[in-house]
Design a protein around this ligand. Sequence first.
Ligand code: HEM
Length: 173
Amino acid sequence: MNAAYTRTAKSLHWLMALLLIGLLALGFYMQDLPLSPEKLQLYAWHKWAGVSAFLLVLLRLSWRLAHTPPPLPAGMSRTMQLAAHGGHLLLYGLMIVIPLSGWLMSSAKGFQTVWFGVLPIPDLIGKDKETGELLALVHKSLNLLFVAAILGHVAAALKHHFIDKDRLLDRMR
Ligand code: HEM
């Protein structure tokens, strides 16, 4: 093994890792702030970055569907291979439904997103307080699951590097 990922796949992977971890940190941080102009500005940045992450994941997915990734190490058991594929599928799924739930929530709460203050993004559903509150809970729960999936992903990468020593991590560097 050790065919590496393409340069595009690696760039998209690390760019999105940075962006998504930033979005998670900002999301949890801004949530508890008292209402102020700064809080509203952070919400706006979160929404702009979230929409950008959604566009990036669509690009990444199209790239992934058109390019077969290098195979998993030959020594991996069938169960571990299934776990790896399942984990990646979960991460891709969450990268799509999390920004969508944020967009739906903002629409339901009646706060249209204007991308970087320039491009108005159409609301997906009409204003409705109860739906907005429910979607906020959905957005939060999906994000908690996302944190768990990212921790599992990082733990698996580190196990390959330090325990299995199969140079899997090198393919993404
Ligand atoms: C992958 C992209 C995204 C990630 C990782 C993310 C992450 C988060 C996190 C961790 C929170 C805090 C949840 C809580 O503690 O209740 C949050 C809140 C929030 N997010 Fe996102 N988000 C993303 C995309 C979006 C998008 C695209 C929008 C809207 C266009 C959005 C709008 C919001 C809003 C308005 C809140 C505050 C909810 C409230 O005040 O109840 N997010 N986000």
